[in-house]
Design a protein. Structure first.
Length: 485
């Protein structure tokens, strides 16, 4: 079959201090089919196991449209968003006729004046291909899905795992359902059940681990084709959030009933599945007292969620504690990297590091540091593939080694440190900037993993969140005519 596929992803944090432009997409990845801008990097993207390669390997005639991805940051300017959407639609029109459409989107993308980019994109695609061509959408589970998306697309499938180690498997699942839909072997019906809760849910923990395993094994039985648990993304500040998407075969009532039942089950265990971070001071004290190495994730400054990656709260707490050998990274500070690269390793210099991007970043730290090493280009490898970190440097302040990078990125794996000659197992405490994607790589070497947050009052916009929502509002409460308790 002939299939059109495109990738347009941005996780939007409307409170982020980092702007989003076309250059932001170019820095991460941008391919424009109209003039082949970015074609030199296209082969590397298509080589990964993703929607593109899965469709190709299954023997389909694949037409690749727009590919656009940027690191989480502020809302995309309207003119840039419309330009990229036009590029996607133009490449789709040139591909017609097609038998099916497979889109990789995010679920929490916001543009100026458009707070539901995914629905806007799919609605526009539907207008081009008509009702008869099936549209499948692959989402990040950190999405805020509303009813319009499940009404516009035939199939909406999200990842199950956090960390997102199952993206390829869920892409395969979506493609198989798309094929069956295009061949008229199934007639999928979708239902969405919102869940009025917000927060980070780690699928590596119980009871969520067992609940999701039970639910996933139900797929393919008794008319259930697929289900997805959308965790939501509060920082997008939109009136949609967590929810359950169920895809049933020809039975809308069955889909609605099952989605509602799963939503209530997940809400019932909300206190057990929503992560509750410590203060940075408490996290450092516990790390110092526990078995080593101990990992502390600074979740309040996660570049993977729109944080600047240059906050100094946790780093200062580690330096002040004097806990022996410690490792901290990755601190986004291109200026400090440039200064460090001017001298030979071993030189001692005064540095002012971090604290540059705004209130949430905290004050910059003035340190007397030894330049341990510097690097022309650092690369992090993980389940997400290879990630370019740009020029980098390692500073040593007392017994703490600090990895500075020039291209903003969260810690996904110990390989970011190993690439700079730093071995995580050699340290007593490791401070990292991430929420949970690091877990797959660090859980085997660190007996202690802690989560820390330094939230600053008034720095997160939440005025458009649909209320009531737990834990911001106490239960019991009613939402859309249903009592939640």
């Amino acid at each position: 079959m002939k299939v059109f596929t495109a990738h347009f992803c941005h996780e939007t944090n409307v409170s982020s201090s980092i702007p989003t432009t076309l250059d932001s997409y170019r820095q991460d990845f941008l391919y424009l089919p109209s003039d082949a801008d970015g074609a030199d990097r296209l082969r590397a993207v298509l080589a990964r196991r993703n929607l593109f390669s899965i469709l190709r390997d299954r023997g389909h005639e694949v037409v690749v449209g727009l590919i656009a991805a940027a690191q989480p940051s502020r809302a995309t300017p309207r003119k840039d968003y419309e330009f990229l959407k036009r590029e996607l639609l133009s490449s789709l029109k040139q591909a017609l006729p097609v038998d099916m459409v497979a889109l990789s989107l995010h679920g929490a993308q916001v543009a100026e004046g458009v707070d539901d980019c995914e629905s806007d994109i799919v609605r526009a695609v539907r207008a081009v291909v008509g009702k008869a061509v099936p549209i499948g959408v692959l989402l990040d589970l950190h999405g805020n899905v509303g009813p319009e998306l499940v009404q516009s697309a035939d199939l909406v499938v999200a990842g199950i795992e956090y960390p997102h180690t199952d993206v390829a498997d869920r892409a395969q699942h979506l493609v198989e359902l798309l094929e069956r839909t295009a061949a008229k072997a199934i007639a999928p019906v979708q239902a969405l059940a919102p869940i009025p809760m917000t927060g980070h849910c780690f699928t590596t923990r119980e009871p969520l681990r067992t609940i999701l395993h039970e639910l996933v094994t139900m797929q393919g039985k008794e008319g259930l084709l697929s289900l997805s648990f959308m965790h939501g993304f509060e920082a997008a500040n939109v009136p949609r959030g967590a929810g359950v998407i169920v895809i049933s075969e020809r039975d809308a009532a069955h889909a609605r009933h099952l989605a509602d039942r799963i939503a209530m089950r997940l809400f019932a265990v909300r206190a057990e599945i929503i992560n509750k971070p410590l203060t940075v001071e408490d996290a450092v004290r516990r790390a110092a007292a526990g078995p080593s190495p101990a990992v502390i994730a600074e979740v309040s400054d996660n570049p993977g969620g729109g944080g600047a990656g240059d906050a100094t709260w946790l780093l200062k707490a580690i330096l002040d504690a004097g806990i022996g050998r410690a490792l901290f990274g990755m601190l986004w500070d291109p200026m400090a990297v440039s200064l460090a690269r001017l001298v030979a390793p071993g030189a001692r210099l005064p540095f002012r590091i971090g604290g540059k991007a705004g209130l949430r970043s905290g004050p910059p730290l003035d340190v007397d540091a030894v330049v341990v090493s510097h690097h022309d280009a650092l690369v992090q490898t993980s389940f997400a593939g290879a990630e370019d970190l740009g020029p980098a440097a390692v500073l040593r302040v007392g017994e703490t080694d600090i990895l500075l990078i020039s291209k903003r990125q969260q810690v996904l794996d110990p390989s970011c440190f190993a690439a700079a000659g730093l071995h995580a197992s050699d340290y007593r405490v490791i401070g990292i900037k991430s929420v949970h994607h690091f877990h797959a790589g660090f859980s085997t070497l660190a007996p202690t993993i802690l989560y820390a947050s330094q939230e600053q009052s008034g720095t997160w916009r939440s005025d458009r969140l649909k209320r009531p929502v737990w834990p911001l509002d106490a239960t019991p409460f009613e939402v859309d005519g249903r009592r939640w308790e």
